[in-house]
Each structure stands twice: as C-alpha cells, then as structure tokens.
Design a protein around this ligand. Structure first.
Ligand code: TTP
Ligand code: CA
Ligand code: CA
Length: 554
C-alpha cells in the first residue's frame, strides 16, 4: 500500500520507539545464564547446514557472525559460538516463549503512556503527558538532577567526540534556555532511560530506544546506537539527519516506491526529496503519497501511537528451503494441518482470554516452478472468511492453497515446489459486550470457503460489524516466523497468554469449563454449539500458552 500523510498534531508530542537487543538470544541467555556474555546465536528449527541464524548476540557479531549465515558458517568465523535451537512443537518453531517474554516488557512500558506493540520485540510509546508532567513537577534542569542512564543518551545535535560526553549530554538535558519542544524531549529521554532501567531490573533484558517528536523519527534512530542505548532527535537535527539518510532505510520506501524515487527521480537520500515541490511529488505519485513524501522529507509525520497491547493478527508459518521444498499435495496438506492447528489454538486462546474474534483467514506461500527458477510470477495470497474450529480452518486453508496453486500454475499437472507456507488470522475485533450475535462472528459462513476466496490484495468486508476493526493490509503481515529476513510485523498475543496463566495457572491446558469469571460470552459459546459441530470444534477453547520456564531443555 502507498503511504498516506496523516494530519499533524497541534501540540508537540514525545514519542519513543523501543526495540529489544538481539531479542531471542537474550531470552535464551535468561533461561541459561551460562550463555551470558558469550558469543551466542539462536538457530531455526532446520538442521540443514547447521540451521539458519535468526538472532545473534553482540559478542558473536564482533566476530563477524551475521543473521544471514547458517550455523556451520558461524562456527567457521567464530569457533566458540554457542548455538541454541528455538523451541519446537509440531515440528516447527514455537515462539510462545519469546512472545511471552516480549509481553513482560510491554507490561512494564505500558505503565507510562499510550503503548503500541509493534512487533514481537518492539513498542511505540506516546510519552507526551508524562513528559509534560515531569516538566512541571521535576524537570531535569532542577538542581537535584543526577540520573545516570539519561546522561548516557546519544543526542543527534551533540558531537560525540568533544569533551566529556556525559557532561555534554547532562548540560543539554538541563538547558534552561531550551525551547519548549526540546525541554519536553529531554523529559522524554529521562523517562525512557528510567523505563529501560526498570525493564532491565525486572526482566533482565536490555533494549535500545529512539526518542523524537514523532513515530517515524523515533523508529529511524532507535537502532542507531545498539545495544542498550538510546538516541534523541531534537527538531534542530532533523534536517541534517534526513539529508544523508538513504531512502531505502525508511520502512515505506524499502520497496517499489523507494526504487522509483531512485531510478526515476534520482533521489538517493530522504533529504534529496527537498528538491521537489509538493505539487511535483503529487504529480508523480498521486495526491496522498505526494504529500506524504513532501512531509517525510521535512521529518513531519502525523501517525499516532495506537493504543494496542494485543496483536493485529496471528500468523503461523514455515519455510522449506533447498531440499526441504514440498512437492506434492499430501506434504502440503500435512504441513498446513500443523500450521492451522497452531493458528486455531492461538485464536481460541485470544477468544477466551481477550474476547477477540478474527474474521479473515489468509494463506501465503512461495513457490517455484521446476526449470523456471527465475519465474517472476508469485504464488498469490488468498483469503476467505475465517471459520472457527481446527478442522474447518484446515479445510479452508487447503482450499485456499488449491485456489492459489490454480492461479499460479493453471490446470497443468506439471511439477511445482513450495518453499514457504503461512496461515494468518486477521481482522481481529473485540466482541462487543452484551451482544447477542457472537455466534455469527465465530461460526463464520456455513458455506464452504471456495465460494468466498479472495485474492488478499483486496480487502474483504466480511461482516457488517465495523466497530473496532482496524483497517489493515494483509500483505503487511506476511510472515514466516522464525525464518531469516522474513519476520516483519510479528505481533503477538502474549498479553493474552499472561492473562490466561493468571486465570488458569501454569501447567497443561485445561478445558474452558474450568475458566472462572470470564463472563457470559464463553458460557454462551460452550452451550450453544450448533449441532453440525459434531467434533466439538470448541474443544480448542483452551489457553494453550505455556509459561516461561516450561521450555527449559534438558
Ligand atoms: P530484530 O529486532 O530484527 O533483531 P534482534 O532483536 O535479534 O537484534 P537487534 O539487537 O539488532 O534488534 O528481531 C527480533 C527477533 O525476531 C530476533 O531476535 C529473532 C526474530 N527474527 C526472526 O526470527 N527472523 C528474522 O528474519 C528476524 C529479522 C528476526
Ligand atoms: Ca530487536
Ligand atoms: Ca525488532
């Protein structure tokens, strides 16, 4: 989807983006403290050439170990590296332990302001109110200020090699003559430093952060100084920063739009866009995207932090690299069945714990045609209304696959091979309290999926309910979890997992009937099963997430 400008807020805001450092590695290091300070990498579940690396510790990065490597290669450049395999269930990676660890962090961060969980290890925070309050009550410039972590900030305006760095930063944070925006930003820097210390104390995880006046800038700098550091973007530094920033570094400019800017307009950096008027950019890219580009070049972004601790979608995927590619229907079916089983568990858990319902099932795949390795045609993503119940999801996913395969390959019965598969449940909304029509949402259409298969590039409106449904571009959520260079926007339902554990205690999944105090919705669902659900599809109404600690390998 082409980016669109949002209206600017009237008042200056303080926005932070936090991202955990080498996240899966830190989770594994907490589980096994002997790995701390050691070169360590987490490898995917796939033993081909030692498994693909999905997370690499900073100690290992010093040796030149990269995420693109396989275990064998990593051992060559860093013989002392510890390789830890991701937890596995159903013959695929099980990311619950990481999701849950991420939600521990979200729980801490969300205490200070509006919080949006952006991926498995990333959060946006709107700290405007907290910063204003600090500015009124205990601004950094008040004499007693001695907050050490904040003075370790990287401030884009300050040269890092002149004089005593920490003294310079402290002086910047405490400037009495700073403008109001910078003062708010200084408070934001102190708040984020405090939060990062708290996260470390309570979870043992370090993270890095960007603090700026909008989401775009905060995100752009949060990874600039890693690990365990934060970077502040004062308004006065924006122009210089963007002048040298390659367009491809911007999330929205990573694809076709960015290529077109480079190839068609000769725009290499975001700053190069300043050479074009808004009208010119609109001429090239349409009114909305033209305006967005014009604003982006100036560091303006009106995008708001969403108030959302829960995921926008649930996805389960797996890749089948090299010789593992799937070449017949029965192997595709058996993998899709496993993926759908996990997906079904996760949406049932979201339903019982959060009273949220997913409306759309999407299948993504990657395929290649034999003897046509460079074939440009992509396996089309397909969507249909989501029907609850593992068996139904499995059935529908297989139909989506057949439909995609038909478009991809026509009716010819020649050889194909599938190198990745994923199923996603999206268009998730809260069940309105007191509604009588829940079953309508849960049950899905009684017709089978083939009547309603859509290319996922279109956005099907599946039910008349629009209340809390966030418009989303399914393509943005394509993910094959745990595979290199593919996890993009993996959001996560670990909050629900935490809540489930609170309700049910740890231990093995229990039947819904034991859940107490979850209100009428669940009772309603468990009592009014339509007769055709002979296999009691809602057996899946369990909280299947396991707590941290249950994944220790022997
Ligand atoms: P990232 O935040 O991209 O990376 P990271 O946390 O490992 O390292 P950094 O310190 O640079 O932020 O991803 C978060 C986790 O998501 C990562 O630890 C493992 C997982 N992941 C994959 O499984 N596959 C991938 O391709 C990527 C990029 C991440
Ligand atoms: Ca990270
Ligand atoms: Ca990340």
């Amino acid at each position: 989807a082409m980016p669109v400008a949002r209206p600017e807020p009237q008042e200056p805001r303080v926005i932070a983006h936090l991202d955990l450092d080498c996240f899966y590695v830190q989770v594994e290091q907490r589980r096994n403290p002997a790995l701390r300070g050691q070169p360590t990498a987490v490898v995917q579940y796939n033993d081909w050439k030692g498994g693909g690396l999905i997370a690499v510790s900073y100690e290992a990065r010093k040796f030149g170990v990269k995420r693109s490597m396989r275990g064998d290669e990593a051992k060559n450049v860093c013989p002392g590296i510890n390789l830890v395999q991701v937890p596995v269930s159903r013959d695929k990676a099980d990311l619950n332990v990481y999701r849950n660890a991420g939600s521990e962090v979200v729980a801490i961060l969300s205490t200070k302001g509006k919080c949006e969980r952006a991926s498995i290890d990333e959060v946006y925070l709107d700290l405007t109110d907290a910063a204003k309050e600090m500015l009124l009550e205990s601004p950094p410039e008040s004499s007693e200020f001695t907050f050490e972590e904040a003075t370790k900030s990287n401030i884009l305006d300050l040269p890092s090699d002149v004089g005593d760095r920490e003294e310079n930063v402290k002086a910047w944070l405490c400037r009495a003559d700073a403008n109001y925006q910078d003062k708010l930003l200084a408070c934001g820097a102190v708040l984020v430093a405090q939060l990062r210390v708290k996260v470390l104390e309570e979870t043992q995880f370090t993270c890095s952060a960007g603090i700026a006046h909008n989401k775009m800038l905060a995100k752009l700098v949060s990874g600039m100084h890693k690990p365990a550091q934060q970077t502040v973007v004062p308004s006065s530094s924006v122009q210089d920063f963007l002048a040298s920033l390659p367009v491809k570094k911007m999330k929205q400019l990573g694809g076709k739009l960015g290529s077109s800017l480079q190839d068609d307009l000769g725009v290499k950096t975001v700053g190069d866009l300043l050479g074009f008027t808004e009208e010119k950019l609109q001429e090239y890219y349409g009114v909305n995207t033209g305006t967005w580009l014009w604003k982006t070049a100036r560091g303006f972004s009106g995008e708001e932090v969403e108030d959302r601790l829960l995921p926008k979608s649930h996805g389960c995927g797996k890749t089948f690299p090299g010789p593992k590619a799937l070449k017949n229907h029965s192997s595709v079916k058996s993998w899709l069945d496993k993926l759908c089983e996990e997906l079904s568990e996760r949406i049932q858990s979201d339903l019982s714990c959060n009273k949220r319902v997913a409306q759309t099932l999407t299948l993504h795949a990657r395929a290649s045609k034999e003897n046509e390795c460079n074939s440009m045609k992509k396996f089309p993503s397909k969507s249909c209304p989501l029907r609850y119940g593992t068996g139904k999801i499995q059935e529908d996913a297989m139909k989506l696959f057949e439909s995609g395969l038909h478009d991809f390959w026509g009716s010819r019965s020649a050889r194909w091979s599938i190198t990745s598969l994923s199923v996603t449940a999206s268009k998730i909304f809260d069940i309105p309290s007191g509604t009588n029509s829940i079953l309508k949402y849960i049950k899905g259409p009684s017709s089978n999926a083939s009547t309603a298969i859509l290319d996922s590039s279109s956005t099907p409106e599946l039910t008349p309910f629009v209340g809390n449904v966030t418009q989303l571009n399914i393509a943005d959520f394509h993910e094959e979890q745990c595979e290199p260079s593919s996890i993009k926007e993996e959001c996560d339902n670990s909050i629900s997992a935490t809540q489930c554990r609170l309700i049910e205690g740890k231990g093995a999944p229990k039947k819904l009937s034991k859940v107490q105090g979850t209100g009428s919705i669940l009772k309603f669902l468990s009592q009014s099963q339509p007769a055709q659900h002979e296999k009691r599809n809602f057996d899946g109404l369990i909280c299947s997430h396991q707590g941290p600690g249950e994944f220790f390998r022997s």
